[in-house]
Design a binder for this molecule. Structure first.
Ligand SMILES: [Zn+2]
Length: 363
């Protein structure tokens, strides 16, 4: 009898140890297009912040974002990252500590980067332009949307009008509101109706990318109404202001996006459906150049350093280690499996996907 009880007990233990348990029930993937690790980790760039070639308001910009100490400088640029995420979450990709995150695709521009983040593999054979071609690959968003328990609990919001193609909205069935699309469907909130009006009335600076405030508020309103379990929000301004050579607008946009993420996080943590059950994974599609100086505006395989990226994670399964200051090598292709593991979904694809990042989850 004693033996039998012991055996039952042992069986029980082994089942529990083997189970992939996470407290996370919801994941928000958030990207800042082409936002450099250099600004994330050291704040405003000393070679650019007062440079009148790229900054029309150097006095104002230095008042806003300059401090001599790089750690203080990054705090004034992205206060939410360097208060809440730096204490409750984890940040990877500060190359000063040999902590590296890289794209495995060799293109180093947007569609290949988003394909890699969202599918878990690079596809340099087929994904080699930003053309509006429906992605032949299945993303983790589509995969999760096919799980019975998570069906129709996935949604995407993006500033760039290529997202419906990257996600393959038609085939995947994942709703995508991107570019200059309005909120659609029944039961729109008063704010969504107003956003639709404003979006028609406010001219944006670019043809293919809307201003991020629209993307942010469309996403937030939808989340309030529909309580999706997996959300992807792709902010876009940082890349376009950089291509424009407008360093002032690039920094101000990064600062605003930090505030957007803070708003979402604070709301999530005050909402019964999401509180202490939601993980944010924040990253970027590609880096940008640094040398020669003008390559900060650009990226792509001819721009050295533009395959260097970063990521940050905050949520109930992530120990608050803050900035990771030890040597390590991580890849863009690990995000998709990490997202799936948080949601307790075993993710597979036609091609081999990058391994989940075990360090960001206590299981
Ligand atoms: Zn770009």
């Amino acid at each position: 009898m004693k033996t039998r009880i012991a055996l039952i007990f042992l069986t029980f233990i082994s089942v529990n140890v083997g189970a992939q348990t996470t407290k996370t029930e919801n994941v928000f993937i958030i990207t800042l297009d082409g936002y450099r690790w250099q600004e994330l980790y050291t704040g405003a760039d000393p070679a650019l912040v007062k440079n009148e070639k790229y900054v029309s308001d150097p006095e104002n910009l230095t008042d806003l974002f300059w401090k001599d100490d790089p750690e203080k400088r990054r705090e004034v640029l992205m206060p939410f990252f360097w208060s809440t995420i730096a204490t409750e979450g984890q940040l990877y990709g500060n190359r000063a500590y040999n902590n590296k995150v890289n794209c495995t695709n060799t293109m180093w521009f947007s569609y290949p980067g988003y394909n890699e983040i969202l599918t878990g593999f690079s596809d340099d054979e087929r994904i080699k332009s930003n053309a509006k071609i429906n992605n032949p690959n299945t993303t983790v968003l589509e995969f999760v949307n096919k799980q019975p328990a998570l069906k129709e609990k996935v949604a995407v919001f993006g500033s760039w009008d290529v997202f419906p193609f990257i996600i393959n909205e038609k085939r995947s069935g994942v709703p995508v509101n991107a570019g200059f699309e309005s909120a659609e469907g029944t039961g729109l909130s008063a704010r969504e109706v107003f956003l639709n009006e404003l979006q028609r009335e406010i001219p944006g600076p670019w043809d293919e990318v809307r201003l991020d405030a629209f993307t942010h508020h469309y996403a937030w309103e939808y989340v309030k109404r529909k309580e999706p379990r997996l959300v992807y929000i792709g902010y876009g301004e940082t890349d376009d202001f950089a291509h424009d050579g407008n360093y002032s607008a690039y920094l101000k946009s990064a600062h605003r996006t930090d505030q957007f993420i803070e708003q979402l996080w604070n709301w999530v943590q005050s909402n019964d459906h999401y509180k202490n059950k939601t993980t944010f994974i924040i990253t970027t599609d590609h880096g940008r150049g640094t040398d020669p100086l003008d390559t900060w505006r650009s990226h792509g395989n001819e721009v050295r350093g533009s395959g260097e990226i970063w990521f940050a994670v905050i949520g109930p399964d992530t120990t608050g280690k803050g900035e990771i200051k030890k040597e390590g090598q991580y890849f863009q292709n690990q995000i998709a499996a990490t997202v799936a593991t948080f949601l307790k979904v075993k993710y597979t694809n036609e091609k081999k996907v990058g391994k989940q990042i075990d360090e960001v989850m206590d299981r």
